[in-house]
Structures are given as structure tokens and as C-alpha cells.
Write a protein that binds this ligand. Structure first.
Ligand code: AMP
Ligand code: GLY
Length: 422
């Protein structure tokens, strides 16, 4: 079969790398893709918000499955658009309909959903622009640190954690007055959960699910988890504290009630679901849902999947996931993200990337790269993710750092402490 992957980051290159290994694949297309995906299939220059163009291209090339990498097209209703169109409704879309994508698209929806199904999360209340006064008074009843979350999608920047009451009240006002545009016209004030984070991923056909290997990512730009939030600067899998007992709690208290809640609400959910968790003294709490794989978590999770991913995705499309199981590689995989200096602030693009072919012991997943005059150049903040296998996390990290040391581009930056806290 022919498959289209939507997106252009390291996650999409990783999905392409895995799907390209399947005997079930005829031809792979990636829209818009990057210099890495170009080696595995055909990059297509389509705007990922233009559903009509995506649909037309798929019909023209006889592509029967679309795997949606990022959240935005799902929150904007790509799956619904395909279902509502008589020519497209037989195409398999991997990614939930809009109502399901609201688990990521609206933190208020997600928190209320968790409350309905008694899924453990922090205590919360939400306030809109008309309720600023109530919000300010409510903060006074809490203890620091204060967690404020923009309700809508804010490119990973919409969560603020503040130590002083005064700062929290000022930020609440600014958010409700549009600091993050429409996304923060509603703000969630959430209980601060003290613990260590991990991410768990499932693939579901709406009824059955398979659990993928868990991961931990490193979101801050600076070493020791300091500085601004980024999309993620590195990741490791497995996560040592996510032992059998912890994972059983995750499945019983979080995964099962989430899938059955979606079913009860008759929300068609076919695709990846990402649980951002906090381990609070051995008990898992949800801090966020994402309706897709993580990036750079995919770059450590997918390499540990031994089962044919395309077969799993076909089973999702045919409601047969219950018959499938997941074989995983027992080795550790870690990834180190090589970024453009200045990211997540301003940075320069178009830097020539050298010595990629000298890397032997790692897999290089491209993120912000493109091909220009037969040369690979940077085109984004996160440029490459260098993933390696090891018998343990330490060995995997050593390999990634060795490989990262071989690669060169002007103003290249990476964190040298991935995994430091484990
Ligand atoms: P998010 O954008 O939802 O991933 O949140 C960004 C980061 O804020 C998370 O990775 C956590 O480190 C932190 N965070 C979010 N919610 C909470 C919470 N309730 N308690 C403590 N930290 C949180
Ligand atoms: N690395 C975090 C995310 O994909 O949301």
C-alpha cells in the first residue's frame, strides 16, 4: 500500500524510517518532509493545513493511509474532513477526529474529561476573560508554586509555573488578556504536582490498544533543566523508575479509563495517544494528553519497537488491534538533539551540515533540515536527533555523544547532560 506521513520533524523522519522497513509498504510520501525523509520516500510540498490539497494528492497517487505527525491538523479536523467526504472516507487516517484531538487542543476539556472518569490529575479550576476577579481570588487560596495553563494550543509555551503570588496574579491577567492569543482566553489553574516526569504512549483503534515503550524527554534548553522550554532536547527509553508496578498503575488508572471514556463519549479515536505523567511517590498523575507521538520521544520509542509498525497501523484502521501484540527491544535507546544556536529564541538557518556520513554507531533523524544544491542545510531550530542503542542508558548516551561530536554545523548546540537525573 501507499502511505502519506504528514509533518516535517524528527518524529516524522522516525515514523518514515520505521514504516519504510515494512513489506506492506509500496511507496511512501511525506508532506512536507525534510532532507532525512527524502532518503526514504518522496517529499511533497503541500501545506499541511490544506486538507483539500492533501485529499486530492492522495486520490491522484492512490494512497490509502495518512499518518498525521503533529497535533494541529488533527485539532483542525483533518480526520473529520476525510470522513465527511465521499471520495475520501475510505482512506485510513491515523490520528483522532477533532473531538478526540481536544484532549490536547483544550486543557479544560482534558481536565474535565479526566474528572468524569476519575483519572488522577492535579486539582484544577478554569477561568475565562470574564472571570479574572474570581481567578485572582482563587490563586490566593493556593500554595506556591502556581501552575497556569493556557487552554488552547500554544506551541509548548502555554504552561507557566510561578513561585510568587504577585507574579502568578499578573500572569493570569496577561494570559486572559491574550498573552497567547485565543489560546489563553481561558486559563486553567492547576495544583502543582511534585515528582519526576515520564511519558507513556499507546496506539489505539478506539477499543483495543497496544502500549509502546515509555520515555523521558528533556524540555529545557539548558543543562540541569534550566532556561527556556523547547520542543525537547533529548530523550531516553526505557525510564528506570517506570517499573512493572508503576506501569500497571498507569494502565489500570489512566490508560483503560481514558480509552473507555472516549468510547462512552462516542469519540472515534484511532491513532497515538501520549500520556505526559508525573510520578508522585510511585503514583502516576496525568499532566497532559497529546494526541500524537512525542518529538523527540519518537526517536527513542520507535527504534525499540520490533513489531512491524505499518501492520499495527493497518490493524488500527481495520479495528483489529486487539489481535496484535507489541515486541520490544530490551536495549536502551537515547537521543540527543542538535539545535541551531539561539533556539528556542532567534537563530540562523541555512547552515551547511557536515560529516553526517562519518556517523556509524547512531541513527541520525533529521528535523529542521533541507537539501539545497545537493547539500544538506539547517532549516529549523531543532536540526537533528542522534539516536543510539546501548545495553544500558549509559552506553547509549556515550554513543550518541560520540556521534554528535563528529557532526559539524555553524553555531550547533546540544545539551551534554541528557539522562543526568536518572
Ligand atoms: P505541558 O506543556 O503541558 O507539557 O507542560 C509543560 C511542563 O510543565 C511539563 O512538562 C511539566 O514539567 C510542567 N507541568 C505541567 N503541569 C504541571 C503540574 N500540574 N505540576 C507540576 N508541573 C507541571
Ligand atoms: N517532547 C514533547 C512533546 O512532543 O510534546
Amino acid at each position: 500500500m501507499n502511505v502519506l506521513i504528514i509533518g516535517s520533524g524528527g518524529r516524522e523522519h522516525t515514523l518514515a524510517w520505521k514504516i519504510a522497513q515494512s513489506d506492506k509498504l509500496t511507496h511512501l510520501y511525506i508532506a512536507p518532509g525534510n532532507a532525512g525523509t527524502q532518503q526514504l520516500g518522496t517529499n511533497v510540498d503541500i501545506n499541511i493545513g490544506d486538507f483539500e490539497a492533501i485529499g486530492e494528492f492522495m486520490l491522484e497517487r492512490e494512497i490509502s493511509m495518512v499518518v498525521v505527525g503533529p497535533e494541529a491538523p488533527l485539532v483542525d479536523g483533518l480526520h473529520d474532513y476525510f470522513l465527511d467526504n465521499s471520495e475520501l472516507h475510505n482512506i485510513s487516517v491515523i490520528g483522532p477526529v477533532k473531538a478526540g484531538a481536544m484532549l490536547e487542543g483544550s486543557k479544560k476539556f482534558a481536565n474535565e474529561f479526566m474528572a468524569r472518569y476519575k483519572i488522577p490529575t492535579g486539582q484544577f479550576r478554569s477561568f475565562n476573560t470574564e472571570e479574572i476577579e474570581e481567578g485572582l481570588l482563587y490563586i490566593e487560596t493556593l500554595k506556591p508554586p502556581y501552575v497556569l495553563k493556557a487552554d488552547g494550543l500554544a506551541a509548548g509555551k502555554g504552561v507557566l509555573i510561578l513561585d510568587s503570588l504577585e507574579k502568578a496574579q499578573t500572569e493570569l491577567k496577561e494570559m486572559l488578556n491574550g498573552k497567547f492569543g485565543e489560546a489563553s482566553r481561558t486559563v486553567i489553574i492547576e495544583e502543582f504536582l511534585q515528582g519526576i516526569e515520564a511519558s507513556v504512549f499507546v496506539l489505539t483503534d478506539g477499543k483495543s490498544y497496544v502500549i509502546f515503550p515509555e520515555a523521558k524527554d528533556y524540555k529545557r534548553i539548558g543543562e540541569g533543566d534550566t532556561g527556556l522550554n523547547t520542543g525537547g532536547m533529548g530523550a531516553v527509553s526505557p525510564v528506570p523508575f517506570a517499573n512493572k508496578d508503576f506501569m500497571n498503575k498507569v494502565e489500570e488508572r489512566i490508560i483503560r479509563p481514558t480509552i473507555s471514556g472516549l468510547q462512552k463519549e462516542q469519540i472515534l479515536y484511532k491513532g497515538f495517544l501520549y500520556f505526559g505523567l508525573m510520578n508522585v511517590n510511585g503514583d502516576p498523575y496525568v499532566i497532559e494528553y497529546n494526541v500524537r507521538m512525542g518529538d523527540p520521544e519518537a526517536q527513542v520509542v520507535i527504534p525499540r519497537v520490533q513489531t512491524d509498525l505499518l501492520e499495527l497501523l493497518i490493524a488500527v484502521a481495520n479495528n483489529k488491534l486487539g489481535k496484535k501484540s507489541m515486541e520490544t527491544d530490551a536495549r536502551s535507546v537515547c537521543t540527543v538533539v542538535l539545535a541551531s544556536g539561539g533556539y528556542p529564541g532567534n537563530y540562523e538557518k541555512g547552515k551547511g551540515i557536515n560529516k553526517l556520513d562519518e556517523v556509524k554507531d547512531s541513527i541520525i533523524f533529521h528535523a529542521g533540515t533541507k537539501k539545497e544544491d545537493n547539500k544538506i542545510v539547517s532549516s529549523g531550530g531543532r536540526v537533528l536527533a542522534v539516536s543510539s542503542y546501548g545495553k544500558d542508558m549509559k552506553e547509549a548516551l556515550e554513543k550518541s555523544y560520540f556521534s554528535a561530536g563528529l557532526i559539524k554545523f555553524d553555531k550547533m548546540y546540544y545539551r551534554k547532560d541528557i539522562g543526568f537525573d536518572l
